[in-house]
Design a protein around this ligand. Structure first.
Ligand code: SAM
Length: 239
């Protein structure tokens, strides 16, 4: 039987929107969807293993530490919804805040991408915020006296997947999240015993070193990808 090559599979543009961050395209390739941001591949629906691990590994670690139910989880970057679906599937999770800066991505979750989060936005624990994660993180910066604002919102788990990784950001405005000040601001957003998880399309030794300078305990989990000769995805976990 002849094998159909990817190039032969029909591709249709489902939506094309220009936002303040540039052009965003949702396209359908056979039975799969792809999100393209300013011409760069951002996410697809083919394999969500590492995006789910991002949540599961962090929730496991936070639940071990806190022995807790009712964990507060933040997911940075909705994408196609794999990470959100993983969070909703965890009974230890009491509240999930999704921070997404692109309105079309939120809208697609009520349309063609709904199955990939298992229709998670309907779960009463889920709150989706249309805002910039980087701005939200830095809003918890120290004041002049080195104090964290008392009203700063904190989480047991922060799961970040807004880029292709710390070394391959989708817009330069995201770069600061992965630097020393960004990591310190992220630490301030964690409750005691809380866990930060960061997704990357490849290992980043420099980022791992910066994490280790800010957090006491850092580890990395690798997830092989299906692409021939592709390097593994990496989930960094820090507490
Ligand atoms: C790689 S996708 C996330 C994939 C997601 N983990 C999943 O399971 O599908 C990255 C998402 O982050 C969003 N994003 C990029 N920069 C952002 C920012 N500064 N603040 C909030 N969301 C952002 C993109 O619009 C996109 O939806």
């Amino acid at each position: 039987m002849p094998v159909k090559r990817e190039d032969d599979i029909a591709t249709t543009v489902v939506d094309r929107v220009t936002t303040e961050n540039g052009e965003l395209v949702l396209r359908c390739v056979g039975s799969h969807f792809e999100i393209i941001s300013n011409g760069t591949f951002l996410m697809d629906t083919r394999d969500g293993q590492s995006e789910r691990l991002l949540v599961d590994a962090a929730v496991d670690a936070a639940a071990d530490a806190a022995g807790a139910a009712g964990l507060r989880v933040l997911i940075g970057g909705l994408g196609v919804g794999f990470s959100l679906g993983a969070a909703v599937a965890r009974p230890e999770v009491g509240h999930i805040v999704v921070v997404e800066r692109e309105l079309p991505v939120i809208t697609w979750q009520s349309g063609p991408l709904a199955p990939f989060s298992d229709h998670a936005p309907h779960d009463p624990r889920v709150e989706i915020r249309h805002t910039d994660l980087v701005a939200w993180v830095h809003a918890a910066a120290d004041d002049a006296a080195g104090e964290v604002p008392s009203g700063a919102e904190r989480f047991d788990v922060l799961c970040l997947d807004i880029d292709n990784g710390p070394d391959w950001t989708v817009t330069s405005s995201n770069d600061s999240l992965y630097g020393d000040a960004g990591l310190r601001a992220l630490r301030r957003r964690l409750r005691p015993g809380g866990v930060l998880a960061v997704w990357s399309a490849a290992a980043s030794p420099a980022f791992a070193a910066r994490l280790a300078a800010v957090f006491d305990d850092v580890r990395a989990e690798e997830v092989p990808v299906r692409v021939p000769r592709g390097v593994p995805d990496v989930v960094y976990l820090a507490r």
